[in-house]
Ligand binder design. Structure first.
Ligand code: URA
Length: 238
């Protein structure tokens, strides 16, 4: 087994992140800093990641969190802001981490697991799992701009892939738009609306592939059942 799969199986992070850690010199095997990404694990190898010994035997667990605003999706924050893991109580003993990201001020559905292979599958751009958001946007988005958003708009010099965009409610000075995208570019939904002259006031993710947020309260977690885990993998073509 390659070292990056071993680290992912131990629930430390995804395989891609493990590769980054190896390149940064954060991974030691038998006390030596590892220099090659393709290292094949040998019987009895002792692996340390960022100074901590790891073991690959943890049970795989899968959770869904309704992330509140005002939390970062990283495991630790350089500015000491609250992290989503602060919301996970003592009942979760495994070292879970988020599959993908939501911005500090975005709320809603976030999947967490200690299964590196699963996280990699769910987040990998090539698997194109659909994510649905409810955006509250200033003003009223015109029919013309809805069509533009559906066809794709240029953000960060690259056109977005076709999206499902549906204007669901109109208020005096704002409206509600449902957006389903298959990409996961940085601040994508916010930037899509900026590209057509609107500002996102509130943003909430309500669905990832077949998994819906449903009535889960803000800040609460629940376990994904095996059928849901399988349904997510199927949505990724696995
Ligand atoms: N798009 C955004 O703009 N922010 C998120 O958190 C997720 C998608």
């Amino acid at each position: 087994m390659r070292i990056q799969k071993y680290i992912a199986d131990a629930g430390i992070c995804s395989r891609r992140k493990a590769e980054e850690l190896i390149v940064k010199g954060e991974v030691k095997v038998n006390g030596q800093v590892l220099s090659e990404l393709g290292y094949q694990m040998q019987e009895g190898d002792v692996v340390e990641v960022s100074g901590q010994e790891i073991s690959a035997m943890e049970k795989k667990v899968y959770y869904l969190l309704n992330k509140p605003k005002g939390y970062v999706t990283t495991v630790k924050d350089q500015f000491d802001r609250p992290c989503v893991l602060d919301l996970i109580g003592d009942e979760v003993k495994e070292r879970i981490y988020p599959a993908g990201r939501l911005d500090y001020n975005t709320e809603g559905l976030l999947i967490l697991s200690n299964d590196g292979e699963f996280v990699n599958t769910v987040t990998h751009p090539k698997n194109q799992i659909q994510k649905k958001y409810i955006a509250v946007v200033n003003g009223t988005v015109s029919e013309d701009n809805i069509k533009k958003l559906q066809r794709g708009v240029v953000i960060d010099k690259k056109k977005t892939a076709p999206a499902e965009v549906f204007l669901s409610e109109i208020f005096k000075d704002k409206c509600v738009v449902e957006v389903t995208i298959s990409e996961g570019r940085n601040r994508q939904v916010r930037k899509m609306f900026e590209a057509v002259g609107h500002h996102v006031i509130d943003l909430k993710r309500v669905q990832i592939g077949p998994i819906e947020l449903g009535s889960l309260k803000t800040g609460r977690i629940r376990k994904l059942n095996p059928n849901e885990v399988q349904a997510l993998l199927s949505a990724a073509g696995k």
